[in-house]
Design a protein around this ligand. Structure first.
Ligand SMILES: NC(=O)c1ccc[n+]([C@@H]2O[C@H](COP(=O)([O-])OP(=O)(O)OC[C@H]3O[C@@H](n4cnc5c(N)ncnc54)[C@H](OP(=O)(O)O)[C@@H]3O)[C@@H](O)[C@H]2O)c1
Length: 319
């Protein structure tokens, strides 16, 4: 099969497009013939070798945590999916190297869902990782309710632009934190207000809008931006991060409930994600679509850290 592979860890220049062997198919897995793959910062971290101390890596390394396509083959234990069915999902294994930057990739059946009618494979390919993460942060960890005020850090990015949409769908008033050139974008997603973290002090700007502090905040940025959220959220409020656990005591001191979570795809979450896609509550904004052969260009954009919405790699859109 054709794939973009890396023979060792390093920069985006490591990608090489070539024919490689079909990936192995586990008993509870299905092999998916991909039409599109979503690109995530996690792919870049794997490319750089950041997970090498924690997980096995199979070389040549095929990156890619999410994608969509058609079921090609089913593992020996069976699957709720049928050959030829259009599916999307999360392609995470207990090792790295059989990802979605290829014509074929294996996925555990529990991490896939059927592509809802009316949703394109291109859109479905870009939703599992960042969209699933945003859904867990907003719905499960923050338990956002109608009327809540919610700050989203990194609101124009992959996870952030989904988090804005999920919170708005739940009836929250969203304050999006993003660079000024992304403010029209986040308002179009449904944010009521936008704050520019590059020219404004975020805590002061939010206090002008909600003097007692917001009910909840989503962190997709980490570092100092995360620490400042303690001054943005009200006493007793909630914070959820997909980047790292808190590095300051301030959240505990202000009686704020902070949760950090690594996303795991479960059948229930995949069903909910496909319901959000089907209802139109969540729609990935794909701002760049590149052929698979330009994976290096996609990674240069991800590494620069200013992606708006999602980048998708086109593998085969002939069907
Ligand atoms: N825990 C998990 O399971 C999980 C899952 C998915 C992602 N993640 C992690 O979550 C993070 C975000 O992922 P992503 O896909 O959303 O990345 P992304 O698409 O690259 O988005 C990053 C966003 O961060 C914004 N940003 C940078 N510095 C900022 C600051 N100081 N204040 C506010 N916004 C700032 C940028 O906004 P502007 O362009 O407006 O400047 C950009 O839109 C990554 O670290 C990723 O590894 C974790």
């Amino acid at each position: 099969m054709r794939a973009m592979v890396c023979d060792d860890f390093g920069g985006p220049d490591r990608f090489d497009e070539r024919e490689v062997e079909r990936p192995p198919l586990g008993p509870n897995s299905v092999l998916v013939r991909l039409t599109h793959a979503g690109v995530n910062p996690g792919d870049s971290r794997i490319r750089q070798g950041q997970f090498a101390p924690r997980a096995r890596h199979h070389f040549p390394l095929v990156l890619g945590l999410e994608g969509a396509g058609f079921v090609e083959e089913i593992g020996v234990s069976g699957s709720p999916f049928k050959p030829g069915q259009a599916v999307f999902g999360f392609f995470l294994h207990d090792y790295a190297g059989d990802g979605t930057y290829a014509e074929l990739a294996p996925a555990r059946s529990t991490q896939l869902a059927a592509v809802p009618p009316g949703v394109s494979l291109r859109d479905a390919a870009a939703v599992a990782c960042a969209g699933g993460t945003a859904m867990v942060l907003v719905e499960e960890l923050l338990e956002v309710q109608p009327g809540d005020t919610v700050v989203v850090l990194g609101a124009a990015g992959g996870v952030g632009h989904f988090a804005v949409q999920v919170a708005v769908a739940l009836g929250a008033e969203v304050i999006a934190v993003a660079r000024a050139s992304n403010h029209d974008f986040v308002r179009e997603l449904g944010a009521a207000h936008a704050v520019d973290y590059r020219t404004d002090n975020v805590a002061e700007a939010v206090a002008r809008l909600v003097p007692d502090g917001v009910d909840a905040a989503v962190d997709t940025v980490g570092g100092e931006a995360q620490s400042q959220l303690s001054g943005v959220v009200r006493q007793g409020g909630r914070v959820a991060s997909c980047v790292h656990a808190p590095t300051t005591d301030d959240f505990r001191v202000r009686d704020q409930h902070f949760q950090y979570r690594f996303f795991e795809a479960t059948p229930a979450r995949m069903v909910r994600l496909s319901e959000h896609l089907a209802s139109g509550h969540v729609r990935p904004r794909i701002t760049r679509e590149l052929p698979l052969s330009q994976a290096a260009e996609a990674h240069r954009a991800i590494d620069a850290g200013a992606v708006r919405g999602k980048i998708v790699l086109r593998i085969d859109d002939s069907r």
